[in-house]
Design a protein around this ligand. Structure first.
Ligand code: ATP
Length: 346
């Protein structure tokens, strides 16, 4: 295994607790091969220095081999226009981390609210477009008289092509028996989505062995609950992906169980899908599994597939005992206890 330099951004709320857990697992899984440099980024950093993403921290992320991030933003720390601090979105945009894989995997029948689903029955990845779509309107200005408000959903040909290609390549990488890429859109209503669909269909021609389908976003919400086993790779617009990935996390145990990556050509950031959970911060109650799975995803992206699989297997073994759960899944284990159990299974 090569040496890799990881920038660690613990952030706010439960961010520091879950990143400490993931770093402990990484150190146990591959001692000596990873070096970590911690950077202060987030709402607390804004209160301290006046900026949520100091330039030196940004440069450290740019230079690192990969970035491991906890969670950022606090409800009481806002910009004058009312928005929360979201330096994680600034990182995505400034580093052009266009692809947002959100793997959704069920490890135990105890964790799904859906009846009859066991380990391995739910296993798909949502590829969220990260840099365009409705989120790109977040800096929009509104009329001073506050008579209306407009956010524009912006898509480019380059943006659609690269995210569709990434989704097909992901289906190839996953190598499931029935490789399929599902485009989730709203092409029955929005011209931007007709554009996205045309580009998806063109890119699909480069991958003739992969099955494709189109599903409207409202139907996708229904099918994710009714027949999640029918999905392999889903590709979708930024905000649709934001919403559907929370729904999808819900069917495999909730926000504490869901990892994510934000991936560009040369840089990548890995973080749990959940936010800062201020309601439980500092109490040792946070479920660290989403962050530890994100660390495994990071190793996979760095080419360390064997170590990534070892970490995932340790999580699978830990979860095979229904007692091994944090409070979010009605368990009694603390963040540290769950982390130690995972380390003991490595
Ligand atoms: P964001 O908008 O930044 O995603 P949010 O406010 O929508 O954040 P979270 O911060 O993810 O949502 O919290 C939603 C709920 O889920 C909270 O009640 C929180 O306690 C719970 N939660 C989130 N992550 C975890 C975790 N890792 N372990 C336990 N509970 C969690």
């Amino acid at each position: 295994m090569k040496n890799h330099h990881i920038a660690v951004l613990p952030g706010d709320g439960i961010g520091p607790e879950v990143t400490a857990a993931a770093v402990a697992v990484l150190q146990a899984a591959c001692p000596d091969q990873l070096t970590f440099t911690e950077q202060a980024v987030g709402a607390a950093e804004f209160l301290r220095s006046g900026t949520p993403l100091p330039e030196a921290a940004f440069e450290a992320c740019e230079k690192a081999d990969a970035v491991l991030l906890g969670a950022m933003g606090l409800p009481h720390v806002r910009w004058p226009d009312g928005r929360e601090m979201t330096p994680q979105i600034d990182l995505r945009e400034r580093l052009d981390l266009y692809a947002g894989p959100r793997p959704i995997k069920l490890y135990s029948e105890h964790d799904s609210p859906l009846k009859g689903y066991g380990p391995g029955d739910i296993d798909f990845t949502i590829i969220r477009e990260n840099t365009e779509g409705l989120f790109s309107a977040r800096g929009s200005t509104q009329p001073d008289d506050r008579s209306s408000a407009t956010d524009t959903l912006h898509l480019t040909r380059k943006g659609c092509e690269r995210i569709c290609r990434y989704a097909f390549e992901e289906a190839v990488r996953r190598d499931r028996p029935n490789q399929k890429v599902t485009l989730v859109d709203k092409a029955n209503v929005l011209p931007s989505m007709v554009f996205f669909r045309e580009i998806f269909d063109t890119v699909a021609q480069e991958f003739p062995t992969i099955t494709t389908e189109h599903i409207y976003v409202d139907a996708a919400a229904l099918f994710l609950v009714q027949r999640p086993e029918s999905f392999d790779v889903i590709v979708t617009e930024n905000m649709f992906g934001d919403i559907l990935s929370d729904l999808a996390a819900g069917i495999v145990g909730g926000m504490g169980m869901a990892p994510s990556g934000d991936i560009g050509e040369n840089c990548a950031v890995f973080q749990p899908s959940h936010g800062t959970a201020p309601d439980i911060a500092g109490q040792g109650k946070a479920n660290p599994i989403g962050t530890i799975l994100s660390a495994a995803l990071m190793l996979e992206w760095l080419g360390e597939t064997k170590t990534a699989t070892r970490i995932e297997n340790a999580i699978r073994q830990t979860l095979s005992n229904p007692q091994n759960r944090a409070a979010d899944l009605q368990g009694t284990k603390s963040t540290q206890e769950l982390t130690q159990l995972i380390i003991s299974h490595l």
